[in-house]
Write a protein that binds this ligand. Structure first.
Ligand SMILES: [Zn+2]
Length: 48
């Protein structure tokens, strides 16, 4: 009965964004810069 320990094993694997080097979930667009598959999908206000 170690449910808390189970959750630790389910950490999502993160990739590093080639655009801004921020960690992001694979097959999702980067939350930091909005890049996905080598192109910009959304415009993040932080970029300016
Ligand atoms: Zn990025």
């Amino acid at each position: 009965m170690r449910r808390a320990y189970n959750s630790v094993l389910k950490l999502p694997q993160l990739s590093t964004c080639p655009q801004c080097a921020a960690p992001y979930v694979p097959h999702r667009l980067c939350p930091a810069c909005g890049f996905y598959k080598g192109r910009q999908v959304i415009t993040v206000s932080a970029i300016g």
